[in-house]
Design a binder for this molecule. Structure first.
Ligand SMILES: [Zn+2]
Length: 100
């Protein structure tokens, strides 16, 4: 899967952590894919976390965490974009101020 944006993790009784990845596949289709088996499911609307946790519970006997964690790389990218927007806004304000 390409463009992973979220990871859904669940922990088994023995402490093993299982992970389902959520992101975009070919043609920007939203997909859930298990890291530990071939399971993959196309998501048409909502419920991605629920489906991921269901799979982890049924196939791997792992209980999920209550929330979906954003992928660190995706989060970094979002932070960079926001930083870039702020920098552009600051330059525009500075330019406008220097014209007056
Ligand atoms: Zn699996």
């Amino acid at each position: 899967m390409r463009g992973v944006t979220h990871r859904i993790t669940a922990t088994r009784e023995d402490g093993t952590v299982f992970e389902v990845r959520y992101g975009y596949g070919r043609g920007r289709r939203r997909l859930l894919g298990c890291r530990h088996c071939d399971w993959q499911e196309r998501i048409t609307h909502g419920g991605a976390r629920h489906k991921g946790l269901d799979h982890l519970a049924q196939a791997h006997g792992a209980l999920g965490s209550p929330r979906m964690a954003a992928d660190p790389a995706a989060r970094r990218q979002t932070a960079l974009i926001m930083l870039a927007c702020c920098a552009v806004a600051a330059v525009v304000v500075w330019w406008a101020a220097s014209q007056g």
